[in-house]
Design a protein around this ligand. Structure first.
Ligand SMILES: *Cc1c(COP(=O)(O)O)cnc(C)c1O
Length: 236
């Protein structure tokens, strides 16, 4: 059986290889460990292996983990990213426990996160989730609406707009993956011209990480390749 530590080392090498192949700067891509549905013990193994940034999709599960690690590992400074769909009645616990939110796709959600962010926690880092494939069923704002939403978020005192996130259609063809990611990079470039603090492009998962890095990803969100396949029973 391979261990979490081996998986993290392997992914880290894969990231380094991809970065090198396309001539980007070393350390320009962060690894977000997506730990949704996974038990505390596996997160602890990841922490032992040096991992500090974690992504969660479900509010209740995520908060339980944040609180557990604040209590049990109060000296280890972890960063928690909320990456799942957001219902407006769940914004408060997200604003109160997470450091980043990747899945902001409408004004009402941004406004509520801003209003509910406790001031002692500092600004909440947010990414706008963009639907580059324009599929009705996929979540994310349209490319056309990004600028408007960015302008609104930029005015909110308790949020810092850091960039964009997307989950493109699940295809295995590298060229198709690359094309979808490049759309997001192009929107990001437009956005940066107006908001110079923007530095984060959250794209790439276990199955399409290399294409995402070639297209300019600065944060890959990896679940399966670190923690193994997920079991969704008992999930929301
Ligand atoms: C589950 C999830 C991931 C991780 O996907 P893997 O294919 O397991 O690496 C990344 N991003 C989001 C938004 C997810 O929901």
């Amino acid at each position: 059986m391979t261990s979490i530590k081996q998986n993290i080392n392997q992914i880290t090498h894969q990231i380094e290889n991809s970065i090198q192949k396309c001539g980007r700067n070393p350390d320009s891509v962060q690894l977000l460990a997506v730990s949704k549905t996974k038990p505390i013990e596996l997160l602890e193994q990841a922490i032992e292996a040096g991992q500090r940034i974690f992504g969660e999709n479900y509010v209740q599960e995520g908060i339980e983990k944040v609180q557990y690690f604040q209590k049990q590992h109060s000296t280890t400074s972890l960063e928690w990213h909320f990456i799942g769909p957001i219902q407006s009645n769940k914004t408060r616990p997200i604003a109160e426990h997470f450091d980043w939110v990747h899945s902001v796709e409408r004004l009402k959600i941004a406004q509520r996160l801003n209003d509910q962010r406790p001031s002692e926690l500092g600004e909440l880092n947010v990414l706008i989730q963009v639907n580059t494939s324009s599929e009705e069923s996929k979540s994310g704002t349209t490319a056309e609406e990004v600028m408007e939403l960015a302008a609104a978020i930029n005015k909110m005192p308790n949020l810092t707009l850091r960039g964009l996130m997307s989950i493109p259609a699940n295809v295995s063809n590298y060229a198709e993956q690359l094309a979808a990611f490049k759309q997001l990079t192009s929107i990001q470039n437009q956005l940066r011209a107006q908001y110079p603090q923007i530095d984060t492009l959250s794209m790439g998962m276990s199955g399409d990480m290399d294409a995402a890095i070639e297209a300019g990803s600065t944060m890959v969100r990896i679940g399966t390749a670190i923690f193994g396949a997920r079991d969704y029973k008992n999930k929301e």
